[in-house]
Write a protein that binds this ligand. Structure first.
Ligand code: TXA
Ligand code: MG
Length: 329
């Protein structure tokens, strides 16, 4: 049985007790909902992989509420890391640092490094504070599904599989944190997010590498797996060719599907079923995962259209391309 908890001091205390007792609690952050366990308790960490159906070589992010906790987790904090921490933490960034031995291989997927994040959401910080321990947490979806940005979406995937769910606010950002590796020769963005390479580069005063080719052998195993996929087929149009999209929509109908066009411009398709994605890239990031989860319930073929440019658009494209399983229209 999963307990449904409010963001009250009493319920936060219960959530903290569950984590200290080796249980799993889903909690809100500003990016996506996380599925938290005591990062220092190997048995608890293993339950995360079971609840998510996640391969155990895919490492987890350790969440903290205070910068002083870094010393308990990381072996060393480089000058670059100090700058990033001062500029962006708390915030939607995760940094990869050399790990201390108290962080078990099951947290890091056997890597000698640990990913650390301090969320900016007050609800997340209140939960982490009530735990008193570092909390490792992946996104609170079952493996391969879109990340949950509302507590209702966590419930859909995790009801009965976890000890408790904190019913907090909807996530403001909507896509997961930027993962920045600070252990190599050059700072490297392993997963793009709302904190952008240019912003990081400005703070560090040096160029930042961005991993763009998913086949590149990087030390972030998470970028390899099937990800963010809705339950129905999905294609992605990137060139903004309206006639091509309409043609595909009609062919879907002829094949007996009930398709939907996921777009920033629903008015372009007055005779079709459409779903509004938002106008700015930030709005699209905020809406994307929830839109996929809603569309798969009402329709059975998703035709997504997105042709944003710029740094936030790059992060959105990273997610939406994977959702479509690289099916480009
Ligand atoms: O916004 C977020 O980061 C959310 C919320 C809950 O904080 N968490 C999240 O966790 O997205 P997850 O497990 O879905 O993604 C973790 C990512 C994966 O791509 C994983 O490979 C990478 O972080 N990662 C974790 N530890 C790493 C390490 N030691 N070295 C390199 N990459 C690491
Ligand atoms: Mg995830």
């Amino acid at each position: 049985m999963t307990k449904y908890l409010q963001m009250t001091p009493e319920d936060l205390e219960i959530a903290g007790e569950i984590v200290r007792g080796g249980g799993l609690v889903a909690f809100p952050t500003e990016t996506v909902y996380g599925l938290g366990a005591n990062a220092l308790d190997v048995q608890a960490v293993k339950k995360i992989y079971v609840a998510k159906g996640r391969p155990s070589d895919n490492p987890l992010i350790v969440h903290i509420y205070d910068k002083s906790q870094l010393a308990d987790i990381a072996l060393s904090v480089s000058a670059d890391a100090e700058k990033i921490i001062d500029a962006f933490m708390p915030g939607s960034i995760t940094i990869v640092l050399p790990k201390k031995s108290c962080i078990d291989d099951c947290v890091t997927g056997g890597l000698p490094t640990v990913a650390v994040r301090m969320p900016s959401s007050h609800e997340a910080l209140a939960f982490l504070r009530s735990c008193h321990v570092p909390v490792c947490a992946p996104s609170a979806n079952t493996s391969t599904r879109p990340s949950p940005t509302t507590w209702q979406s966590v419930k859909e995937d995790m009801d009965g599989r976890i000890d408790a769910l904190l019913m907090g606010s909807d996530c403001k950002v909507g896509i997961e944190s930027t993962v920045l590796d600070l252990c190599g020769e050059q700072p490297t963005v392993l997963r793009p997010g709302i904190v952008t390479p240019n912003g990081i580069s400005a703070v560090l005063g040096k160029p930042v590498r961005v991993v763009t080719n998913p086949k590149e052998k990087v030390n972030s195993p998470g970028v390899r797996y099937k990800h963010y996929a809705p339950r129905c087929p999905m294609v992605l149009n990137l060139d903004g060719n309206k006639d091509k999209v309409l043609d595909f929509y009609r062919r879907c109908e002829q094949d007996g599907y009930n398709p939907v066009i996921l777009t920033r411009y629903p008015r372009l398709y007055p005779d079709c079923s459409t779903w509004y994605l938002g106008t700015t890239d930030e709005e699209v990031a905020h809406n994307l995962f929830e839109a996929l989860r809603r569309c798969e319930k009402k329709y059975d073929y998703i035709i997504a259209c997105y042709n944003g440019t710029g740094e936030v658009a790059f992060s959105v494209l990273n997610r939406i391309t994977k959702s479509a399983g690289q099916n480009i229209l």
